[in-house]
Ligand binder design. Structure first.
Ligand code: PHE
Length: 340
């Protein structure tokens, strides 16, 4: 046998035994280069073909092809074995134990203010009130003028009200919604208007943004005693059957007569910190709709009467949930909201 043929067979035997020891893709690639790379053993040996006598060439050609095919095949086989092994290894190492208990993701809670709004809304809904809304950036006209609040009223002072621009304010109460509703509809009217309001105030018990729910009822022959009945019923549903309600004379430009309304302190019998030792907590302002307000929406005050009230939702939430610091409401701390 020619030296050339012998050389090729040696390469084959050697390559076959090397391939048996290969254990990963990197090693396999090194072996491929060692034999079939540009300077590989097989490649270099094949350069000797030029010196083979023409008569031997067909035989040598077919031998070298056969060896190359055989080795290429083997390399491919080993490659697919390695790939399979690696995939199995990966599947094993990335195995998920589906019997492990899951880690629970934290579930949010409704903010106490939201919860309080929902309770208030549902109490009044059950008494036949519908929900109305108005803008937080409001015309001075709706916030003050139409509510019988003259230009020289102290509430209109820059010290108390956020002015956006001339004639436009951040509403200081939800009462402008009364006007918007009455402009749109004719009596009988029975609405509440929950929402945010803004005043230039900031201390332990005041934040520049807070929440109110307005109430408005207009019809023929509406009396102050009906206002009392509605608010008694609300207070007892909100704070419990034992709750007492007290009306104190007060003044609002848009109601006449007017009152501030207190509930008996749910935390004590005869005075604690929450009620400043008085046994009573103020929760809202109310009164009979002033005839001047009816005139600004073209209702006939001889034909219709009504009552209105506006309650402080933050205060009510603090009482309802026993929260002592108003600022906690604004911190968005889950440890806080989780408690309610
Ligand atoms: N708007 C008043 C306030 O913010 C509350 C109020 C509403 C009083 C309706 C009477 C009638 O203090």
């Amino acid at each position: 046998m020619s030296e050339f043929a012998e050389q090729l067979k040696k390469i084959r035997a050697e390559a076959v035994s090397v391939l048996q020891k290969v254990s990963d893709a990197k090693e396999l690639e090194a072996v491929r280069v060692e034999y079939f790379g540009r300077k590989g053993k097989y490649t270099l040996t094949m350069k000797g073909m030029a010196k083979i006598p023409a008569s031997d060439r067909p035989a040598m050609g077919s031998l070298s092809n056969q060896i190359r095919n055989e080795l290429t095949q083997k390399i491919e086989t080993v490659a697919s074995q390695i790939a399979k092994k690696e995939r199995e290894h990966q599947l094993l190492s990335e195995r998920i134990d589906i019997t492990l208990p899951s880690r629970h993701s934290q579930i949010g809670k409704k903010h106490p203010i939201t919860q309080t709004f929902e309770i208030i809304n549902s109490i009044f809904h059950n008494m036949g009130f519908q929900i109305a809304e108005g803008p937080e950036v409001e015309l001075e006209y709706y916030n003050f003028d139409a509510l019988n609040t003259p230009a020289d009223h102290p509430a209109r002072d820059l010290q108390d009200t956020f002015y956006v621009e001339d004639g436009i304010v951040l509403r200081t109460h939800t009462s402008p919604v009364q006007i918007r509703v009455m402009e749109q509809e004719q009596p009988p009217i029975r609405v509440i208007a929950p929402g945010r309001v803004y005043r230039r105030d900031y201390d332990i018990s005041h934040t520049p943004m807070f929440h109110q729910v307005e109430g408005l009822l207009v019809d023929r022959d509406v009396s102050f005693s009906q206002l009392k009945g509605v608010l008694y019923s609300f207070a007892q549903q909100m704070f419990g059957k034992k709750t007492k309600v007290r009306f104190r004379p007060h003044f609002f430009p848009f109601t006449e007569p007017s009152a501030e309304v207190d509930i008996s302190c749910p935390f004590c019998q005869n005075g604690c910190r929450t009620c400043s030792g008085t046994g009573w907590i103020e929760i809202l302002g109310a009164g009979a709709v002033d005839p001047n307000v009816f005139k600004s929406v073209n209702y006939n005050p001889e034909e219709y009467t009504g009552f209105a009230f506006g309650m402080g939702v933050d205060r009510i939430a603090m009482i309802k949930f026993g929260i002592t610091d108003l600022r906690l409401m604004l911190e968005n701390d889950m440890r806080f909201s989780e408690q309610f």
